[in-house]
Design a protein around this ligand. Structure first.
Ligand code: NAD
Ligand code: UGA
Length: 457
């Protein structure tokens, strides 16, 4: 039996390796991490991340051909193929701070591979990295004194949280970048055959390494750009009486535009969009492409604008003061069906409302533990409440931050009864029935539509 190792047991490494184990019973798959608590959790039924269908997937393979371990040296030594899914966050120090990718975890992994390897291996770059990172990886690996041969492939991951299992099982495409050398192409075939266990061949796309690395950054940049584009039109709609839902539908029906990623929001969150665009911006600046850098940076700046605009709208609607007013944030995760709060717009909105001396109450079905960590500096002044009805009780306003399905079907008449009057709803995801809420008595502020208010503007 051949051995696959996954280094990094996070949102990508855990689910991806579990899917490979399930679909490729001829391989023994081990996932390692430097964080022992994460490994303990992966070995339990309280997985370290929430993802629909993940527990069942892990349970179907764990102990058979899927194992989680902290013994990195042993498993590097045994592996034939190593997938590297360690984190590549934005650098917070030195040159490129705030934009460039921090490659320290990734480089440490490369050095560990060199240190513990005794046999040739295929190294698969799954983390999202700057273009040409595979070259640096290859150079570090080739510097091994034992003369071991390593082939580096780029195989970026396109899964989205909340739908990760479906995305892994039925990917739109699998991208494999390799060098055009004999051994590079041989390594590529090994990976193609691995994926061909469950992915149709025509969806497995082979490119050169740099195109593969670039395509990952480009895909995230394009997706985020669509959100910023639709969000940029929301204030315009609110002023003019145009309706962003109607606009989104009308432009999305043009098959050249398409309807995906045109939902207006409080701003995109998640660990990757901002980080990957800023990484692209940094690379452009590094290569002297100032205009290109400015173009892409605007996608992130528009997102920041949308977040702050949401808080300012709350403030101005509520008579320019929220001091002492209880405001219930419905949702803290960066999107529905995940407990992940990395870069969630909720963090900024909670902080800005707190700065205005509002009494912020946060409810979320899966993300309150992470909210506790994200807001640790202001936690003494914040209430975390799992029950939305309790969160709304005595509040002046509800702000929908995350599009959890359960927020669509709450008894809003009951919520209204328990709130201070005048009661406000700010729908940062446009998931509610605005006219019905208005009829109950709420003053309703959707995104990209004029507000429905019971008193003069
Ligand atoms: P994560 O922080 O959840 O997981 C990374 C894991 O790597 C952590 O558990 C960390 O302890 C571990 N790690 C770091 N250094 C290590 C080392 N030297 N040895 C062993 N383990 C080590 O990150 P993530 O969200 O899984 O993202 C990983 C990569 O995948 C990033 O480059 C990200 O851009 C990319 N990506 C993420 C997503 C997503 O949805 N989260 C989707 C596609 C791509
Ligand atoms: C995104 C990409 O969709 C994945 O393909 C990619 O692999 C991943 O980033 C990554 O590289 O990490 P993810 O961040 O998990 O996945 O989730 P998305 O569904 O893309 O949503 C990102 C953010 O955009 C969320 O805050 C979401 O609420 C927001 N969004 C999404 C909108 O505001 N409007 C939309 O129409 C769609």
């Amino acid at each position: 039996m051949k051995n696959i190792l996954g280094i990094g047991a996070g949102y990508v490494g855990g689910p991806t390796m579990a899917m490979i184990a399930k679909k490729c019973p001829e391989y023994r798959v081990v996932v390692v991490d430097i964080n022992p608590q994460r490994i303990v959790a992966w070995n339990s039924d309280q997985l370290p991340i929430y993802e629909p269908g993940l527990l069942e997937l892990v349970q179907s393979a764990r102990g058979k051909n899927l194992f989680f371990s902290t013994d990195i040296p042993k498993h590097i030594a045994e592996a034939d193929i190593i997938f590297v899914s360690v984190n590549t966050p934005t650098k917070t120090f030195g040159l490129g701070a705030g934009k460039a990718a921090d490659l320290q975890y990734w480089e440490k992994t490369a050095r560990e591979i060199v240190k513990y390897s005794k046999t040739p291996k295929i190294i698969v770059e799954k983390s999202t990295v700057p273009v040409q990172t595979a070259l640096a990886m290859q150079r570090i690996l080739d510097a091994n004194e034992a003369g071991i041969h390593f082939d580096v492939l780029s195989n970026p991951e396109f899964l989205a949280e909340g739908t990760a299992i479906r995305d892994l099982e039925y990917p739109d495409r699998v991208l494999i970048g390799s060098h055009e050398t004999e051994s590079g192409l041989k390594a590529r075939d090994v990976l193609v055959n691995l994926y061909a266990n469950w992915v149709p061949r025509e969806k497995i796309l082979a490119t050169n390494v740099w195109s593969s690395e670039m395509s990952k950054l480009a895909a995230n940049a394009f997706l985020a750009q669509r959100i910023s584009s639709i969000n940029s039109l929301t204030p315009f709609c609110e002023i003019t009486g145009a309706n962003i839902e109607e606009v989104g539908k009308a432009i999305g029906m043009d098959s050249r535009i398409g309807h995906y990623f045109l939902k207006p929001s409080v701003g995109f969150g998640g660990s990757c969009f901002k980080k990957d665009i800023l990484n692209l911006v940094y690379l452009c600046e590094y290569h002297g492409l100032k205009e290109v850098a400015t173009y892409w940076e605007q996608v992130v700046l528009m997102n920041e604008y949308q977040r702050t605009r949401f808080t300012r709208r709350i403030l101005s609607a509520m008579f320019n003061t929220v001091a002492g007013k209880r405001i219930a944030l419905f949702g803290f995760a960066f999107k529905a069906n995940t407990g992940d709060t990395r870069e969630s717009s909720a963090i900024r909105i909670a902080q800005e409302l707190w700065q205005e001396h509002a009494k912020v109450v946060i409810t979320d079905p899966k993300a309150l533990d992470n909210a506790r960590i994200d807001l640790k500096d202001i936690l003494a002044d914040i209430v975390l409440e799992p029950d939305p009805y309790q969160a709304a009780r005595g509040s002046h306003a509800i702000a929908i931050i995350t599009e959890w399905d359960e927020y669509r079907t709450l008894d809003y008449a009951k919520l209204y009864q328990s709130m201070e009057k005048p009661a406000f709803i700010f729908d940062g995801r446009n998931i509610l029935k605005h006219r019905a809420l208005y009829d109950i008595g709420f003053n309703v502020y959707p995104l990209g539509k004029p507000p429905l208010i019971h008193f003069g503007k």
